[in-house]
Design a protein around this ligand. Structure first.
Ligand code: FE2
Ligand code: FE2
Length: 158
């Protein structure tokens, strides 16, 4: 077991780390710094976070009957994923541009909307529904797993 604390606390920690990465970048921009490292790390972490939720967390919860809340989470993942794609494209053009600030604000807002439902509704179920094996697998992935090359969030493809 790699477990250190509950799944919900580990997943919530990822939410905070991702938010902090985006916020650090935005605060830097305001001070004239254009270091994209914290933003790129946050985007990379968020893509992996969405992957692990969709591959390892949501399927057992859906089987346990949480169809409607998972449906909403997947739709929002698609929107968040597309917001990250737009941000990646803008960063490629240069970070001083206003669109980058606006897209960061949009992404933070979407994450707030998403996480404020996911944390109280979905994550507590994760702690009670997942088998010890599934929990252990997810804990291991959180510790050192990598998103497969080229994986794209299903709802972002449309
Ligand atoms: Fe999510
Ligand atoms: Fe999440």
């Amino acid at each position: 077991m790699v477990e250190s604390g509950t799944l919900s606390s580990a997943l919530e920690r990822e939410h905070r780390e991702i938010d902090e990465g985006i916020e650090t970048f935005v605060a830097g921009l305001a001070e004239g710094r254009e270091d994209t490292t914290p933003l790129k790390r946050a985007i990379e972490g968020l893509r992996r976070h969405i992957y692990l939720e969709e591959e390892f967390l949501f399927p057992p919860l859906r089987e346990a009957g949480m169809m409607a809340p998972i449906f909403v989470m997947l739709r929002e993942h698609g929107e968040i994923w597309q917001a990250m794609d737009r941000l990646d494209a803008e960063i490629g053009k240069g970070v001083a541009a206003d669109p980058v600030r606006g897209l960061c604000a949009e992404l933070l807002d979407r994450l707030e909307q998403h996480n404020s439902k996911e944390e109280p509704i979905i994550y507590p179920q994760a702690d009670s529904v997942l088998t010890p094996e599934a929990t252990d697998h997810l804990q291991r992935f959180l510790a050192s797993g990598r998103i497969p090359e080229g994986w794209v969030c299903g709802r972002a493809k449309a």
